[in-house]
Design a binder for this molecule. Structure first.
Ligand SMILES: [Zn+2]
Length: 373
């Protein structure tokens, strides 16, 4: 009898556990759904997104076929797979410059396509980064016509779907410093209110920001804003310190190794200098095992330190991410809270290179949005 009662209790316990698991899974799904909704509907500002990192598979396939298939179909497929230890995307960008991007209308197409995607995720404003050096010297598209094609797509998208965007010309740090100076010359020869600043990207290891000091200082003197990839790929905090305090960058992209220097953290906290972070950054996915990645990622510590950070997609197509997911990852992976999301939204608005009135309006909209939750 005792055995029978025991068995009955065990059955009830198992049933209870099944119901409990079902309830928990329902709650988790529901919470996940609402987090998606919160992050999707949130009016978002994005300032760290590379134009060539937005190209969708259909478009790159079209370019590849047109060029006589310099990449195999398998290679193209692999570009859009994000494994736990992803390969970087820089090689794809080189192929786009040398073989795939051929005409100004290609730039118009990829810009317009991504602005439509961003709009579908309620991005209200985006600053897109573009490396003119490769476009002009490899793709052989003159700067003025390439820049105009991107601007035309931005103007048309604002008129047609209501998303505002601006352009950043980014230094290819793996090219000689003279090429950076040349890029700035092109910008000065074809000035436009749609091109508002300069940046720097590609491989930081071996190509420190010091190499480009003259170009940065000249750009600043001509009224351009400055953003700089620094502290990416595990590169030391000294690079962040340099671009912040010598080049006087208005904001930093990535900036993860700032957490290794308390003095620099305090400076950034005091100045509230913006850092655009990328939850899907390849380097940390490669560095850490999947089980410990989210716990060890510097973004988790940057949130706790109260640094002026906000999530960005970087190379959304090749990172297999979109704006909503980048914001969700701050909560799901790095322990951010809903009040943190509001803080990030404010930080993103503050980091944008637009006038104060527009920022005030966006902040009011942001307040209304969070009050409505
Ligand atoms: Zn980047």
């Amino acid at each position: 009898m005792a055995v029978l009662v025991g068995r009955g209790v065990r059955v009830k316990l198992i049933k209870c556990r099944i119901y409990l698991n079902r309830a928990l899974s329902f709650l988790m799904t529901r919470n996940k759904g609402s987090l998606y909704e919160i992050c999707h509907k949130l009016p978002k500002v994005e300032t760290h997104c590379h134009l060539y990192g937005t190209i969708c598979k259909e478009t790159i396939t079209y370019f590849n076929n047109r060029a006589g298939k310099p990449f195999t179909d398998e290679q193209i497929e692999r570009f859009y797979i994000r494994g736990t230890k992803p390969v970087g995307v820089l090689a794809i960008f080189r192929g786009l410059d040398s073989d795939l991007i051929k005409f100004p209308q290609d730039l118009y197409r990829i810009t317009k396509e991504h602005l439509a995607v961003a709009k579908s995720h309620n991005v209200i404003y985006i600053e897109l980064s573009w490396n003119p050096t490769g476009t002009v010297l490899e793709s052989k598209i003159p700067f003025a016509s390439a820049q105009k094609a991107i601007h035309d797509a931005m103007i048309d998208s604002e008129a047609e779907i209501g998303i505002m965007s601006r352009l950043i010309c980014a230094i290819d740090r793996q090219a000689e410093p003279e090429k950076a100076a040349q890029m700035l010359d092109w910008m000065l020869e074809s000035p436009s209110p749609m091109t508002i600043g300069i940046g720097i990207d590609y491989k930081e290891d071996g190509f420190p920001p010091q190499l480009f000091e003259d170009t940065f200082k000249r750009a600043k003197s001509k009224g351009y804003k400055i953003t700089a990839h620094a502290g990416e790929f595990g590169m030391p905090w000294n690079n962040i310190d340099y671009v912040a305090n010598i080049i006087h960058a208005d904001r930093i992209d990535h900036g993860y190794t700032i957490i290794d220097n308390r003095e620099l953290v305090d400076q950034f906290l005091e100045e509230q200098r913006p850092i655009s972070v990328v939850p899907t950054n390849s380097y940390y996915l490669r560095l850490f095992d999947p089980e410990e990645w989210a716990q060890k990622h510097p973004i988790r510590k940057m949130i706790k330190l109260g640094l002026n950070i906000y999530p960005n997609t970087d190379d959304p197509s090749f990172h297999c991410v979109e704006p909503t997911k980048a914001w969700m990852m701050m909560v799901e992976c790095f322990g951010a809270t809903i009040p943190d999301l509001k803080r990030f939204a404010y930080n993103a608005i503050d980091s944008a290179w637009v006038d104060k009135d527009l920022k005030s309006k966006w902040k009011q909209d942001c307040d209304k949005y969070f009050q409505s939750l």
